[in-house]
Design a protein around this ligand. Structure first.
Ligand code: SAM
Length: 242
């Protein structure tokens, strides 16, 4: 009888220790999971609400916003609009809304052009939700046609239209299209114009491959080479943040 009681006490004590270990390990795993998520989360807070994760575009968006201020940008053009609204921050970038918000706060204007009716409608819904109708116009058109007819001087050009994919033929068409976009608007760019190109750090050079090569031969330099590539004129000086 004594042995049974003694054995039970020992086992009971061990099972308590085991339970404590399990609780500690599970808590650490949950903490690690959320810590990892927090570290990976790249918000543009306080400019945009913290919950939106701009991930691989955060730093180039940040620098672009700083440069927009430096050059006192008034006219912004985006090819390929924010078809998923702000919810596409991580996947597509939500640039229409990011630059639209900057435009609203800095007396500028965003022209965003897209060939797809659905993309235009979705982006327009988000523009309305964010109350940016007075500073963002979404044009339903092929980007080449729109850019060829655009007559104002452009301060910031963001190229992000023809979707890139794993298909080599699609990649070449996307690269050629982005080069044609640049050439269509080139005469409207000035000494301080900033150019940002999306989806570049991808197999076979991404959307920017052809246009970057062309620009580098024509007086432009790469200021940031990341998932997005940011280009300025060779003699453009990026001022230190004050
Ligand atoms: C990646 S999305 C743009 C994402 C957007 N810039 C953002 O930050 O959320 C690409 C868009 O380009 C559009 N597009 C594709 N070919 C185009 C063309 N030739 N002219 C204008 N837009 C085009 C597509 O309809 C699609 O909506």
């Amino acid at each position: 009888m004594h042995n049974i009681v003694f054995g039970w006490l020992i086992f009971g004590e061990n099972s308590n220790i085991l339970m404590n270990y399990i609780i500690i390990i599970v808590s650490l795993a949950i903490f690690g999971f959320f810590l990892g998520k927090f570290i990976k989360h790249k918000s543009l807070y306080p400019f945009m609400p913290f919950k939106y994760d701009f991930r691989k575009r955060r730093e180039t968006f940040r620098l672009s916003l700083q440069l927009l201020k430096q050059i006192r940008a008034r006219t912004i053009i985006e090819t390929g609009t924010s078809r998923e609204g702000l919810h596409g921050a991580k996947s597509n970038g939500a640039a229409t809304i990011v630059f639209g918000k900057w435009a609203k706060e800095n007396d500028a204007f965003v022209h965003s052009v897209d060939i797809s009716k659905e993309s235009v409608e979705n982006a327009q819904l988000e523009v309305n939700r964010q109350n940016l109708q007075n500073v963002v116009e979404i044009h339903h058109s092929d980007s080449l046609q729109f850019l060829t007819n655009f007559e104002q001087s452009v301060d910031f050009l963001y190229l992000d239209s023809y979707d890139y994919s794993n298909d080599i033929e699609v990649q070449k068409k996307s690269q050629a299209h982005h080069l044609k976009e640049f050439m269509a608007i080139e005469k409207q760019l000035h000494d301080q114009t900033i150019v940002l190109i999306d989806d570049c750090d991808l197999p076979n050079g991404g959307k920017g491959k052809d246009v970057i090569a062309y620009m580098q031969k024509n007086g432009w330099r790469v200021a940031v080479d990341a998932y997005q590539v940011l280009l300025v004129r060779n003699d453009f000086v990026i001022e230190e943040l004050k």
